[in-house]
Design a protein around this ligand. Sequence first.
Ligand code: A5P
Length: 227
Amino acid sequence: MATTSDPLATLAAHALGFVKAGDVVGLGSGRAAGAFVRALAARVRDGLRVRAVATSEQTARLARELGIEIVGLEAEIELTVDGADEVDGRLDLIKGHGGALVRERIVAAASRRQIILVTSEKLVETLGTRGPLPVEVMPFAVPFCRRRLEDLELKPALRLEDERPFVTDNFNVIFDCDTGPIDDPAVLEQKIRAIPGVIDTGLFLGTAHLVVVADGDSIRELVRRAR
Ligand code: A5P
């Protein structure tokens, strides 16, 4: 397909091809998802009738400002378009560098399809090799969760914003964990989620149906194989 010089705009334009009139569309968070919100809003202005569920307050604000109707989780979501921080060969993901992982998880689960938009540098052989694994934690449990994450040798660092703990849309905080390459993401996921006070992790295993990758000027689709 034709490309623009901005890979995120190119990805967003490609993703529009999956949206049809009448759909309820899940809107992810972050730069790639933001590009999709802008592209979708342009279609809405041209008369496309869709409603959307947002995965963060920031995305909801952007979508409303641009004229997209935001609704709750009452309706079945046809597809969610989101970004990711890492994508491996099984199309498992690390998400949450933008801090929206919990609502991204819920909206992905409520969607028939999750479509992920990334530039090619996000493709990895092994999850955990590009950046930290975010873990959202209830504030009351912070000291305890820190100890348990340290016991798992995950080197948790409380995420800060303006020198204060970063607070999520759900009024929780995030530990960014330096996992190194993750040998068995499913096992790690289970161990972290078993810690009382942990709300969720940025490991999204088996959720993505399709990953659209921008590589220079070209776009390719990676489709999840049945497991
Ligand atoms: C938000 O919490 C994240 O899961 C984002 O989807 C992810 O960090 C990718 O963001 P970018 O598209 O901004 O790289």
